[in-house]
Design a protein around this ligand. Structure first.
Ligand SMILES: [Zn+2]
Ligand SMILES: [Zn+2]
Length: 176
């Protein structure tokens, strides 16, 4: 938790700059970690009894490639725009696909809760160390990115297999 005190937000806004570590993001997906803390920069503004947080989050995920199973790092960064409501539980009007919201009690809100979703959305659904990762050999399991393992994999196209069979019948009519 990183508690931000909003009891005295100046008219110019309250500047927030914090790092969120892995300890605060225990619900990251399996095989997902942080290479460094997530950096949050933003400004909290007060509009009557409501607050907004606008800024950005950025960091580096440590992921496992879905093809070759090697660990790799991937940067992410996104803008955040959050409406903070004190003591309210209904979704505010301003909220929508681009504007998150958070309710809090008292004079402090948890910055981690405010940006958690924006961080989680940055995790790729299908992590790949590179677009043209060659993956693992289906026969020996070697990582093909580090070179040819020497296995010969015959790829048989079913349509070609039918043609092959026809050809065999034509050239050898007695076989079935
Ligand atoms: Zn890979
Ligand atoms: Zn192989």
């Amino acid at each position: 938790m990183i508690m931000i005190d909003v009891s005295r937000v100046p008219d110019s806004g309250l500047r927030v700059e914090k790092d969120i570590g892995l300890d605060d993001l225990v619900d990251l997906a399996e095989d997902t970690s942080l290479a460094c803390p997530v950096h949050v920069v933003g400004v909290v503004r007060q509009i009557e009894d409501r607050f907004t947080l606008t800024g950005s989050v950025s960091g580096t995920f440590e992921l496992v490639c879905g093809r070759c199973l090697e660990k790799f790092q991937q940067d992410f960064g996104t803008d955040v725009s959050i409406v903070l409501h004190r003591g309210e539980t209904n979704e505010p009007e301003e909220a929508g696909p681009d504007v998150g919201w958070l309710t809090f009690e008292g004079d402090t809100f948890d910055l981690v809760e405010a940006v958690r979703e924006d961080i989680l959305l940055g995790i790729p659904l299908r992590p790949l160390c590179s677009e043209d990762c060659k993956g693992l050999c289906t026969q020996c399991g070697a990582n093909l990115n580090s070179g040819d393992c020497g296995c010969r994999v015959e790829i048989v196209d079913p349509r070609l297999a039918v043609l092959e069979e026809l050809k065999t019948r034509i050239t050898n009519p007695n076989s079935k």
